[in-house]
Write a protein that binds this ligand. Structure first.
Ligand code: AR6
Length: 189
């Protein structure tokens, strides 16, 4: 048991936080911050559809509506990935008290779809932190806590890459990740 624990990589080591454009990041699956129509839009959704090509839109149209907090999987077409996982984040202020639960569901459902589809590496943008107005400091806690909980009980995905488009978002994620590392070190002391 002790040996097994030592051989397993620490769940924090299965998380990567970086800046960049998610459409350029190679991963088995890329998560899209979509809206319920799944028909594309602005922000990262617009860039993913633009980079993937029209096949993605056709596949999304066939799927139809996706409720807030849920996720759907498609091919990735011209993106450097095998799948796109579309999830619909809450609109901060409109979804009210349900927002944290719905945002956590986005991560949980996306990770579950990734695991079911044999995804080893998956990249996430900061869901809801753009047009949907979620404060990144609150959102990154939900993103990291939910992901760590999921990774703690699943071998797949092996690696989760958070790709942040702005320095402000990147720093918020790094700061909270740093807190988690300190907590972890204190636990193992
Ligand atoms: N790579 C990584 N992150 C990005 C990229 C990129 N290429 N482009 C933007 N971001 P948003 P939401 C970041 O607005 O808040 C769309 O119109 C951005 O800086 O894309 O969930 C949909 O169709 C921000 O931190 O998604 C929906 O209608 C984060 O991605 C609505 O917007 C999310 O910003 C969804 O809003």
């Amino acid at each position: 048991m002790e040996r097994e624990r030592r051989m397993k990589p620490d769940i924090l080591d299965r998380i990567v936080i970086r800046m960049g454009d998610i459409t350029q990041v190679e991963a088995d699956a890329v998560v899209n911050a979509a809206n319920s129509t799944l028909l594309g839009g602005g922000g990262v959704d617009g860039m993913i559809h633009w980079a993937a090509g029209s096949g993605l839109l056709e596949e999304c149209r066939a799927i139809g509506w996706c409720p807030t907090g849920e996720a759907r999987i498609t091919g990735a077409y011209n993106l450097p990935a095998r799948h796109v996982i579309h999830t619909v984040g809450p609109v901060y202020g409109v979804d009210g008290e349900d927002s944290p639960r719905l945002l956590a569901s986005c991560y949980e459902n996306s990770l579950a779809l990734a695991a079911e589809n044999g995804v080893r590496t998956v990249s996430f943008p900061a869901i809801s932190c753009g047009a949907y107005g979620y404060p990144v400091r609150e959102a990154c806690r939900i993103a990291l806590d939910t992901t760590l909980r999921f990774l703690g009980s699943h071998d797949l995905p092996e690696k989760v890459i958070f790709v942040l488009y702005s320095l402000r978002d990147y720093e918020a994620y790094r700061e909270y990740y740093g807190e988690k590392r300190v907590e972890r070190e204190e636990e193992t002391e």
